[in-house]
Design a protein around this ligand. Structure first.
Ligand SMILES: [Cu+2]
Length: 94
């Protein structure tokens, strides 16, 4: 392979990383209940591939209290959930 092609391939991989091509996938869910005091939300979620979890209704913690403002009961959202300190936590909302 000519060096210029190697360089181009390397640059493309770098761009893919930078643009978040490998970032966590968003999962669809519906807000069932918000507990602002406990910073917890009950979501009816679709399959969470990143956590190998089937669709279900469950309680998540939220990463920060500001997120609770976007969570209204009955709202359809797209979110990212991760295990933070062993607890399932909503880390991003769209
Ligand atoms: Cu679940």
């Amino acid at each position: 392979m000519r060096p210029v092609f190697t360089l181009a391939a390397t640059a493309m991989v770098a761009v893919a990383f930078a643009s978040g091509a490998f970032a966590a996938e968003f999962t669809k869910g519906t807000v069932k209940k918000v507990d602002a005091k406990a910073k917890k939300v009950t979501l009816i979620h679709e399959e969470l591939k990143s956590l190998e979890m089937p669709a279900m209704t469950m309680v998540f913690r939220v990463k920060d209290a500001a997120m609770l403002e976007k969570l209204k009961e009955g709202a359809s959202i797209e979110f990212v959930a991760e295990r933070v300190e062993g607890k399932l936590t909503v880390t991003e909302i769209q």
